[in-house]
Design a binder for this molecule. Structure first.
Ligand code: ZN
Length: 303
């Protein structure tokens, strides 16, 4: 019987769990919201979900991809958006629930990049940066065909690298972080501050819609945001001689209004480094299951 891996994707708003075959097929899948009154309640719901998804199937390994920060050595996570989990021992919990000792922990974007590397947008590539542009900007790296963890398991932390000439304050305490310019909320705030008539709870979709209708402020907000992403992607491409940069997340699903200026800026930002084989940025292919597929396949690969 084929080895089955269990993939768990812990994001800001939901936890997805899926039973994954070695060729990346998701046999069963379910999800729960992360919003819960207490840690105990969320743990109980996760336990029920894991039992429901695994049912009577025998699993050989478990992979967890989680929003950061994560501590792989201790097996704990402190996802910024799940405030009831701080230094939460997720690996031990999942070992207890599944009775499986082999539990891998990865950053959520690293898991996504691994899934796209094995089956999706970056198949056949060896040196890959994955970016997720949404409420924040996440990153993950595959180098020489292997997950790159870095010294503290935070390799790929590109959202808080700096771009020149920006004085934008970031929630992390830094000034000039890419995330402070290019995340969905950052572009939306710039548009509102510069006169786009949108409500205080407007989302990036509202800016994208205005840009599609030809509003110059909305178009400029997106141009500034994608230029910073292109800046970071071009720097990373040259530094690491990448052969793919893949990009996903809610903001990246806005279509041509986002992709066209992004590809254009990336082309210009990387043009002087003529050795680069990479031509364009590539949209992610695997959709909302990419993280859990990647986490499960990574755990199977560690067998
Ligand atoms: Zn920052």
């Amino acid at each position: 019987m084929a080895e089955l891996g269990l993939g768990i994707d812990i994001g800001a708003t939901k936890i997805a769990v899926g039973l994954v075959t070695p060729n990346g097929h998701v046999q069963t899948r379910g999800e729960i919201p992360t919003k819960a009154e207490s840690s105990e309640k969320l743990v109980k719901e996760l336990q029920l979900l894991i039992h429901e998804v695994t049912s009577n199937n025998e699993i050989s390994s478990v992979g967890i991809g989680s929003a950061g920060p994560i501590d792989v050595q201790r097996g704990t996570i402190s996802p910024v958006n799940i405030s009831i989990w701080r230094d939460f021992p997720v690996v031990e919990l999942v070992q207890d629930i599944t009775k499986i000792k082999k539990v891998s922990l990865l950053g959520d974007v690293v898991a996504l990049v691994y899934g796209e590397f094995k089956l999706g947008a970056a198949r056949g590539k060896q040196n890959i940066l994955g970016l997720v542009v949404s409420t924040g900007i996440g990153g993950g790296l595959i180098l020489n065909g292997e997950v790159y963890n870095g010294s503290t398991w935070n390799g790929g932390y590109i959202g808080h690298t700096l771009i020149g000439g920006s004085d934008k304050k970031c929630f992390c305490g830094g000034v000039g972080c890419i995330e402070a310019v290019s995340s969905g909320p950052s572009m939306t705030k710039w548009a509102k501050d510069n006169g786009l008539p949108i409500s205080n709870d407007a989302k990036f979709e509202d800016v994208a819609k205005a840009a599609r209708e030809g509003n110059a402020i909305a178009i400029e907000a997106i141009r500034l945001g994608v230029d910073a992403i292109a800046f970071a992607a071009a720097n990373a491409s040259a530094l690491l001689d990448l052969d793919a940069v893949i990009l996903g997340g809610g903001v990246a699903e806005s279509g041509e209004i986002f992709w066209e200026p992004l590809q254009d800026a990336f082309s210009r930002r990387k043009a002087h480094n003529k050795f680069l084989s990479i031509k364009n940025l590539t949209p992610c292919h695997l959709g909302t299951s990419a993280g859990l597929i990647g986490a499960a396949l990574y755990s199977i690969s560690q067998s």
